[in-house]
Design a protein around this ligand. Structure first.
Ligand SMILES: [Zn+2]
Ligand SMILES: [Zn+2]
Length: 142
């Protein structure tokens, strides 16, 4: 479930996009989305700064938000934020995304069901818009 598909579709403007679904159990990772452009931040549990406890296998906790560098767009990576359409920057519906996510998964993983939420084990990367381990310099230096 980490191969790139091109079947993503924005329910607001109809724009197609490519995406990847990331299983946060394989990489012991955590994630967050930018609250203004929907960029994904992926945090590898093994690369977290010493003493920083991140909730792996799911989205970050709000306490982790201030430890991350802001997004290149000026937005903030938040536990409660959601991915956005790459063209119109409207928040995508995890419910509506079920149609194209499960269509792509059909045949690759018998009985697999999309979690229908932007929280939980899986996260999405839209149009390769991702930053990795974007810890603030102050916590990384410890
Ligand atoms: Zn759109
Ligand atoms: Zn952003």
């Amino acid at each position: 479930m980490s191969k790139t598909s091109t079947n993503g579709m924005c329910e607001h403007c109809g724009a197609g996009f490519k995406y990847q679904i990331i299983h946060n159990g394989f990489n012991e990772s955590s994630y967050a989305y930018c609250d203004s452009c929907g960029m994904t931040a992926l945090l590898d549990g093994w690369k977290a700064p010493q003493g920083i406890d991140i909730p792996i296998h799911q989205e970050i906790a709000p306490r982790t938000e201030p430890l991350l560098q802001p997004c290149t767009c000026g937005g903030t990576f938040k536990a409660s934020a959601a991915p956005r359409g790459p063209r119109c920057a409207e928040v995508l519906s995890a419910e509506k995304a079920t149609a194209w996510i499960e269509e792509d998964a059909a045949g690759t993983s018998m009985g697999w069901r999309w979690q229908r939420s932007w929280r939980g084990l899986y996260c999405i990367i839209v149009d390769d818009r991702v930053v990795h381990d974007n810890w603030c310099a102050s916590v990384r230096a410890t």
